[in-house]
Design a binder for this molecule. Structure first.
Ligand code: PNS
Length: 179
């Protein structure tokens, strides 16, 4: 195979609930390191996502639209099976600090056990984005705080709307259980 035909594909999986500026930074950096980056949105997260899989894929697609070597797919099941299907030899994961590293190392080793040869590359989060986590974005929005500087303006709008729905749902449940 000539060097022109040879394409190095990396898989960048996550829940993206919602996609943050930290994710975007990671994907941009991965897109400069690899020929192609497949951003894989986990469909059936055990974490009870705020946004549907369709909604998360659309949000991620919109955020990554300018990146020509980035594709967004939705997946369920094992990551190693998706890597096989997409012809990816590398998984990329962002690491914010020590506890991320511990968990990510475990996942990387398990994925390598399930599919020998599949390696994981850790990218340290950019220093100005290290505090960003989707879980905290949801919590801040739910409690009425500003998510500016954590997610894009469009995502912020979607998160604020969803937070309002969540508050209304919870108020309804609390009223019902008090009756
Ligand atoms: O954004 P997240 O929630 O930290 O992403 C976690 C993700 C999607 C990378 C992880 O849950 C995953 O790979 N799930 C797919 C199921 C799987 O392959 N499990 C075994 C991994 S060791």
């Amino acid at each position: 195979m000539s060097s022109k035909e040879w394409k190095r594909t990396a898989l960048l999986p996550g829940s993206f609930d919602p996609v943050t500026l930290g994710h975007l930074d990671l994907v941009i950096r991965a897109a400069t390191l690899f020929d192609e980056v497949v951003v894989a949105v986990l469909e059936n997260s055990s974490k009870q996502p705020w946004f549907s899989a369709e909604g998360r894929v659309l949000m991620v697609q919109r955020e990554m639209a300018a990146l020509k070597n980035v594709r967004v797919v939705r997946f369920s099941g094992l990551l190693v099976e998706l890597a096989e299907k997409e012809g990816a030899e590398v998984v990329v994961r962002g690491v914010r600090g020590g506890s991320d590293l511990e968990y990510e190392t475990l996942m990387a080793r398990m994925n390598a056990h399930l599919r020998p040869g599949l390696d994981t590359v850790f990218l340290p989060s950019s220093p100005n984005l290290t505090h960003i986590a989707s879980r905290l974005v949801r919590e801040i929005a739910y409690l009425g705080g500003s998510v500016k500087g954590l997610v894009s303006e469009k995502v912020a709008l979607a998160v604020e709307t969803r937070a309002e729905e969540k508050r209304a749902e919870n108020a309804f449940t609390t009223r019902r259980s008090a009756e």
